[in-house]
Design a protein around this ligand. Structure first.
Ligand SMILES: [Zn+2]
Length: 363
């Protein structure tokens, strides 16, 4: 996913645009706010139109004060084992997805969208985007997958570091940071100077395809549903994040090893170099599917629905279905950036659709 989209004039009308317009009016926000203010909106913060128009810029959001950590939810992390490895699912927080129908299901029929929401007990104006990271402690290395939103999404996110601390980790203990792709909810932590500086001993890994796409002279967004202004902000943010870690950045390819037992798994679809991870220890394996699924009940029930965050929504749908089919038939265990916390589970195939089966919290 990505934040800071201020206008969506080119976005296809979702099934419930009129309803969302009302919801925005109630919040005192316009469509200009969209995701840039999602966190603030979710936190119930009233923002004037003047603030709304300013807050969407990356420069502005970087200047926001550090996230308030007094409202950390529960433990904020979930620890489990995979063979010899310790896994820590770390919550970075969650934000409200405004205009969710246009973002998550731009080509859905209204009746189908209604039915999917009803089946999942979701309210159309209260669909949250969860943001998770994964820390893996192996006998060889401590590896962190993604860096959360930093300060880009407002105070309801950006909780990665405090939750890492609660899990018992200092940033200086992290040996490797994998950036699954160059969207701000994954590299946002690096745009916060304090976070980047705290990762004193880490090397950074990103897909060469991803790096070359964003840093190239003219990244091709011709199939994107997002407006040009938003695209430009994304490109600026991605380049800033790569520049921040450039001296310590390793560009990798499909199947490359980050540490023993942790290998890149090129997913594509969402972005050109969108990486998952194959994590294996002993006889156990976990697939980290990153942004294959943005909203579990909607994306798995309707992988054919176009997601505006996907660079090429049709290609995103194709990859989503093909990957879910493979995961379901392999009975693979998965974790993901936006799956419901603690973001671990399996995928069950049902006719032409899928269902997320969360792992039970194990004490
Ligand atoms: Zn994301």
């Amino acid at each position: 996913m990505m934040p800071n989209i201020s206008k969506i004039p080119n976005l296809p009308q979702g099934p419930h645009t009129p309803t969302h317009a009302v919801a925005h009016a109630e919040l005192g926000l316009s469509r200009r706010s969209w995701l840039g203010l999602a966190g603030a909106a979710a936190a119930g913060v009233a923002l004037s139109p003047a603030h709304a128009s300013r807050a969407h810029t990356i420069a502005h959001t970087i200047a926001q004060p550090a996230p308030d950590t007094s409202d950390l939810q529960g433990a904020g992390f979930y620890r489990t084992r995979l063979g010899e490895f310790d896994l820590f699912l770390i919550s970075d927080g969650a934000f409200l997805i405004s205009d969710a129908s246009a973002i998550l299901a731009s080509n859905a029929q209204p009746a189908d969208y209604d039915a999917a929401l009803r089946r999942a007990f979701l309210k159309p104006d209260a669909i949250m985007g969860q943001v998770n990271a994964l820390l893996i402690r192996t006998p060889d290395a401590v590896v962190l997958i993604d860096t959360g939103c930093g300060e880009l999404f407002g105070p309801s996110t950006g909780k990665l570091l405090p939750n890492l601390a609660r899990a018992g980790f200092k940033p200086s203990e992290i040996d490797a940071v994998v950036l699954t792709h160059a969207h701000p909810d994954h590299h946002g932590g690096l745009l916060n100077g304090a976070t980047a500086a705290a990762l004193t001993n880490a090397r950074f890994f990103a897909s060469r395809i991803e790096h070359d796409f964003w840093t190239g002279p003219a990244p091709d967004f011709s199939r994107s549903l997002l407006p040009r202004e938003s695209i430009d902000q994304m490109i600026q943010g991605a380049n800033a994040a790569f520049a921040t870690v450039k001296p310590r950045l390793d560009l990798i390819a499909d199947k490359d090893q980050i540490a023993p037992g942790i290998n890149a798994m090129l997913l594509g679809g969402h972005t050109p170099g969108h990486l998952g991870l194959r994590i294996a220890s002993g006889s156990e394996e976990l697939l980290y599917v990153s942004d294959l699924i943005i909203n579990a009940p909607l994306g798995m029930a309707h992988p054919e629905w176009h997601v505006a965050f996907d660079l090429d929504p049709a290609e995103g749908s194709r990859v989503r279905r093909a990957t879910l089919e493979r995961i379901a038939s392999d009975r693979a265990r998965i974790a993901g950036s936006h799956l419901p916390f603690p973001a671990l589970g399996h995928v069950r195939a049902q006719d032409r659709a899928f269902e997320f089966v969360p792992s039970s919290w194990t004490w």
